[in-house]
Design a protein around this ligand. Structure first.
Ligand SMILES: Nc1ncnc2c1ncn2[C@@H]1O[C@H](COP(=O)(O)OP(=O)(O)OP(=O)(O)O)[C@@H](O)[C@H]1O
Ligand SMILES: [Mg+2]
Length: 200
């Protein structure tokens, strides 16, 4: 039986026999042609990035199939959203794991572009999901912005602990990321520009 498990900003997610079916629905405020293109692009992009992540053994759902239009099927990750448990667990340890994992993504030139604790699930380890806005880039700027977006999400969703979490994220990121020093230097510039407005 198909069961609705989440209703995202752009999609409905169903669970059927350990498979998640992500259906990007139509946004009526968008022009139909643009809307179709966007949903198709994001569905294909998410499938492509998830495939690449399987190849490098990165903890993320295995893509099963997609219709190259609006439906992506993938493995169900059976765990808790980091957003719902961060405060209740060892958040510094979890944050270090998050930082290390972002470094792996960036070392492979994968920019997530929606790094929030709603897009991370704790199973045996932390899995990353929601790669519809991701892209491939080796640029220091894109990596710094990715970290900055995480910071904004931590600040708003975890106001009591965000500073400790972000510090731990950056510490382990710096240890593992290629060119980590330069990326963190750039991050300071990004932050001095104020709230990042260039989010796609
Ligand atoms: N593979 C999965 N395994 C378990 N739960 C999942 C999985 N994929 C998504 N979810 C659940 O569904 C929620 C929404 O999924 P997701 O973040 O991919 O969609 P979205 O926020 O609508 O993103 P988009 O910006 O791509 O429209 C997640 O926060 C998570 O709770
Ligand atoms: Mg999401």
């Amino acid at each position: 039986m198909k069961k609705l498990i989440a209703q995202g900003a752009e999609s409905k997610l169903f669970l059927e026999k350990k498979i998640v079916i992500k259906n990007r629905f139509r946004k009526t405020y968008r022009l139909k042609e643009i809307d179709n293109k966007l949903r198709k692009f994001r569905t294909k992009r998410e499938a492509k990035v998830l495939e690449k992540l399987q190849k490098i053994n990165f903890p993320s759902p295995k893509p099963v199939k997609n219709n190259e239009k609006d439906i992506l099927e993938m493995e169900f990750i059976d765990g808790n959203l980091i957003k719902n448990i961060l405060e209740k667990r060892n958040y510094v340890k979890l944050s270090k794991e998050i930082g290390g994992k972002i470094a792996i993504l960036h070392n492979n030139n994968i920019i997530h572009h929606d790094l929030t604790t709603s897009n991370m699930i704790l199973d045996k380890e932390i899995y990353f999901i929601d790669f519809g806005l991701s892209f491939f880039s080796h640029k220091i700027e894109d990596k710094a912005v990715d970290l900055h977006l995480l910071k904004e999400g931590l600040e708003s969703k975890h106001p009591e602990i965000w500073e400790k979490c972000y510090k731990a994220v950056l510490e382990s990121y710096k240890n593992k990321a290629k060119d980590g020093n330069n990326i963190l230097k750039r991050l300071k510039t990004v932050e001095s520009r104020g709230r990042y407005k260039g989010r796609k």
